[in-house]
Design a binder for this molecule. Structure first.
Ligand SMILES: Cc1cc2nc3c(=O)[nH]c(=O)nc-3n(C[C@H](O)[C@H](O)[C@H](O)COP(=O)(O)OP(=O)(O)OC[C@H]3O[C@@H](n4cnc5c(N)ncnc54)[C@H](O)[C@@H]3O)c2cc1C
Length: 413
């Protein structure tokens, strides 16, 4: 029996396993895919802070490009922002593999090609049912399980834990693109990507990751994210001008946006005669994602560290009550940011293109302030200042009826 078993070898799981193993408890990561980091479902845009948080000091081969800032295109307005600190376009396959290696160097074991299909509580331990790649079934014992299994959140479902979330549907290609220097580009607009945005992240002067997400409620058989992406690449004038007509790889996926933090359950524990057992959720599995940008790597790394430390303490002392600290600690760090982001995301879903233009023109007038205080990991820092301004209050009042209709009366989301 292992002290801690982590399900999923993404950034959150590898970091959780590293911190559990570093605390001296026996730790195993179970990954369903045969190769760590593949397939990639990510645009790979992360902050310098996130790279530091990864603690991958020697290895930097995962960095594909260094970005100087962002260009935001609203339907009729373009704004260029210089970042205080570089952001990075990374190769997620190499990044995830490097994190897994670090977890192993700290003492964690990893098995790949092994899918967790069930979890059962019994006689002082959790029995984890797995299907191996050669078709065999097996069982592994653990005191604490960390569900770091991404957006599908299988562990949460198996354990009956409730994650209140809404999904964004995303597609992305790597294609030939004449970039405007090393700037990540963001395109907003209901015609482009309703409820979210499209992006072009340059990997060099000629290639970019081009993709978009839409809020799932706008997805139907006729309005798939892929249909939006095709239209965006071929017909959005600012994009079509620079897209060179060929793409080499295609990926799709979903991003969870938390929907009700208060009722979110990320910890489950049970005290039994023979000792306690517990389950924690981390990363996408716990919807620990920035609702404004959809970025989840940085929060996953941060929360992974907390999950690993707390799980190790619970497993080594046998006191499962300490698992509650996990919930408290991650909420203290990113709870307010996520709660604010949920509100911004909801508002974004009801705003029209004129409203989006007005917002970005207003932000453009305060460009210097945005550049000074803007932070891709904590976007609420700057946005909280702006929402108090008359222009934004007017917009909020104008849209309040639609907002209440969608989120209040129907109680959706
Ligand atoms: C199109 C797209 C673009 C994105 N762009 C960005 C971006 O630019 N920046 C950013 O920060 N974030 C981005 N994200 C979000 C980011 O990819 C996730 O937030 C991040 O990968 C979450 O890490 P994780 O470790 O929690 O989960 P994952 O990276 O999803 O890892 C979960 C792992 O668990 C494994 N697993 C699942 N089920 C089982 C099972 N039953 N048994 C065993 N293993 C299992 C999976 O195979 C996987 O390896 C993007 C997402 C998408 C879809």
């Amino acid at each position: 029996m292992y002290d801690v078993v982590v399900v999923g070898a993404g950034p959150s799981g590898c970091m959780a396993a590293k911190y559990a193993a570093k605390s001296g408890v026996s730790t195993l990561i179970i990954e369903k895919d045969p190769e760590i980091g593949i397939p990639v479902r990510c645009a790979g845009l992360i902050s310098k802070r996130a790279v530091e948080e990864s603690e991958l000091k020697g290895v930097r081969n995962f960095i594909r490009n260094r970005l100087k800032g962002a260009i935001i295109h609203s339907p009729n307005y373009d704004m260029q922002l210089e970042a205080r600190e570089s952001a990075y376009a990374i190769r997620r396959d190499l990044f995830d593999r490097a994190l897994a290696k670090e977890a192993m160097n700290s003492g964690a074991e990893i098995i790949t090609g092994c899918k967790v299909v069930g979890i059962r509580m019994s006689e002082g331990e959790l029995r984890i049912h797995v299907d191996t790649s050669n078709g065999k079934k097996d069982e592994i014992g653990a005191k604490v399980v960390i569900g770091a299994d991404g957006v599908r959140a299988g562990v949460a479902r198996m354990a009956g834990m409730k994650i209140m979330r809404n999904l964004l549907s995303c597609v992305q290609v790597e294609g030939s693109y004449d970039s405007e220097g090393a700037y990540a580009e963001v395109f907003v607009g209901r015609e482009i990507a309703p409820g979210f945005f499209a992006w072009a992240i340059p990997l060099d002067d000629r290639i970019a990751r081009i993709g978009l997400c839409i809020d799932k409620r706008y997805s139907s058989p006729h309005t798939t994210p892929l249909a939006f992406l095709k239209r965006f690449m071929l017909h959005e004038p600012r994009m079509a001008k620079r897209y060179r007509g060929t793409y080499f790889s295609y990926t799709g996926g979903a991003i969870p946006i938390a929907a009700g933090l208060k009722r979110q359950k990320t910890v489950k524990m049970k005290m039994m005669k023979d000792g306690g057992v517990g389950i924690l959720l981390v990363g996408d599995a716990a919807a620990q994602v920035k609702p404004i940008t959809g970025g989840g790597v940085y929060y996953g790394l941060r929360c992974g560290k907390i999950a690993g430390e707390v799980a190790a303490e619970a497993a080594s002392t046998g006191d499962m009550q300490v698992l509650k600290h996990y919930d408290r600690r991650w909420r203290r760090e990113i709870g307010k940011e996520i709660a604010f982001g949920i509100w911004v995301h909801r508002l974004r879903c009801v705003l029209g293109d004129d409203d989006l233009d007005r917002i970005f023109r207003a932000l453009g007038r305060e460009r210097r302030r945005v550049e000074e205080k803007g932070d891709m990991d904590y976007p609420s820092l700057i946005l909280r200042e702006f929402i108090k301004e008359p222009e934004f209050i007017k917009l909020a009042v104008k849209n309040i009826i639609r907002y209440m209709y969608i989120y209040g009366r129907r109680g959706k989301y």
